[in-house]
Design a binder for this molecule. Structure first.
Ligand SMILES: CNc1ncnc2c1ncn2[C@@H]1O[C@H](/C=C/CNC(=O)c2cc(-c3ccc(F)cc3)cc(O)c2O)[C@@H](O)[C@H]1O
Ligand SMILES: [Mg+2]
Length: 208
């Protein structure tokens, strides 16, 4: 059978990127997807650099591209937990993350966000997160945010960074974080990967 797109992405990484060099993994994936640098969501790097997070949660790993982009900026000892419930994608992402040499900063959990968010304390000993990157099914951003609130995983100052708030768009989530008294929210205009369409990230700080 024909290889899948994620399998071809992994091959491109193994062929064109240098083991242990996260930037070369990012460039190999950018090239594979015909991204161009200016189209990238540089918002995620700005937020990570400013925040210096110790504990990061990513919802929706896919092939691990944003995982590598974020994990490579983390200080030593910091940890990124990324949740992916599609076994094929999780298998590819594991190899992409390993190729980047970031496996000791990243914990990929194969499972659904709604099942694992309530288990962060007892399973990973995590009380609260410093940064959460939302990039999974768009209709799940809001329920999972409310679940994280209910599980006490957000502390005063926790940053939620949501991808694709314009395209494909997450209207219910945006309405919530922009109108809730518990968040201070702002929008990073960016471009949608692959195209020149406008997209953007929403950065929302939990106020406790
Ligand atoms: C619901 N709980 C969940 N728990 C764990 N993993 C979950 C998950 N939901 C989804 N996932 C996983 O996240 C990933 C889903 C991502 C959804 N993303 C998009 O649809 C998306 C779509 C576009 C896009 C935009 C424009 C366009 F024309 C075509 C595509 C751009 C993006 O940046 C996107 O992130 C998959 O790997 C899926 O298996
Ligand atoms: Mg996305």
């Amino acid at each position: 059978t024909r290889s899948t797109r994620p399998q071809r992405l992994l091959k491109a990484v193994q062929k064109n990127a240098t083991r242990g060099d996260p930037q070369s993994v990012i460039s190999a994936i950018d090239h594979f997807c015909r991204h161009s640098e200016w189209a990238m969501n540089i918002g995620d790097e700005k937020v990570v650099n400013e925040l210096n997070p110790e504990k990061v949660l990513e919802l929706g790993t896919y092939c691990g591209y944003s995982t590598v982009r974020i994990a490579r900026l983390l200080p030593p000892g910091a940890r990124l937990i990324t949740l992916e419930f599609n076994g094929d994608y999780a298998a590819i992402a594991r190899q992409v993350i390993a190729w980047a040499g970031l496996e000791d900063k990243v914990q990929l959990v194969e499972g659904a966000s709604e099942d694992w968010i309530p288990r962060m304390k007892e399973h990973f000993g995590i009380e609260t997160f410093d940064l959460v990157f939302l990039d999974h099914w768009k209709d799940r951003y809001l329920p999972d945010t409310k679940l994280m609130e209910d599980c006490g995983l957000l502390r005063k100052g926790t940053v939620l960074l949501a991808d694709n708030v314009i395209c494909p768009g997450v209207p219910d989530y945006l309405q919530y974080v922009r109108n809730s008294l518990s968040y201070k929210s702002c929008y990073f205009k960016s471009h949608l990967e692959y195209t020149k369409a406008e997209d953007g990230l929403e950065k929302s700080v939990f106020l406790g």
